[in-house]
Design a protein around this ligand. Structure first.
Ligand code: SF4
Length: 163
């Protein structure tokens, strides 16, 4: 079957401030007003009804900061949905995540993550808990790693092999 994919950046807001983030350079959606927000959702609704589109990737910024995320997932429920997230927040509703392919950003151990993403130890633990949550309840989980001089020679970090 032919695959037609789209990537939707739901927001450029984020709850992290990573060293290498390109989103920080842009301010497309922030404070842009209710009219823009409404017309963007109308566009998404039309896209969700397009039978030609088979695969949808929801990204950001951090898509979990988009207040209507679950509504958007519902609209695209006939498609294969991939969600890209930093794992600081998680979707609690198991019904919503059941059919999702989830990609969580994880660059390595706490030392690497604090250098790359400026996170605290509790945030690092939360990201790992989030990954465990999605391993249990999502359709699939992958880890997305940004390689830099800080982690290129480090041993890989896969705590989930034990699960
Ligand atoms: S998690 Fe992603 S969007 Fe957020 S600051 Fe980091 S690189 Fe940017």
């Amino acid at each position: 079957m032919k695959t037609n994919s789209i990537l939707i950046e739901l927001t450029n807001r984020c709850n992290l401030n990573c060293l290498y983030c390109f989103e920080k350079k842009r301010d497309l959606y922030r404070d842009i007003g209710q009219n823009f927000h409404q017309s963007r959702e109308q566009t998404l609704k039309v896209l969700s009804e397009n039978q030609e589109i088979t695969n949808v990737t929801l990204s950001g910024g951090e898509p979990l900061l988009y207040e209507n995320l679950e509504k958007i997932i519902e609209w695209f429920s006939e498609k294969q949905i991939t969600l890209l997230t930093n794992g600081i927040k998680r979707i609690e509703n198991k019904e919503v995540i059941r059919d999702l392919d989830i990609v969580v950003s994880l660059d390595g151990d706490y030392d690497v993550m604090s250098r790359h993403r400026g996170i605290s130890e509790s945030q690092f633990l939360r990201i790992n808990k989030t990954i465990e949550w999605y391993i249990k309840y999502a359709k699939s989980v992958s880890v997305n790693t940004v390689v830099t001089p800080y982690n290129i020679n480090k041993k890989e970090y896969y705590p989930y092999e034990k699960l």
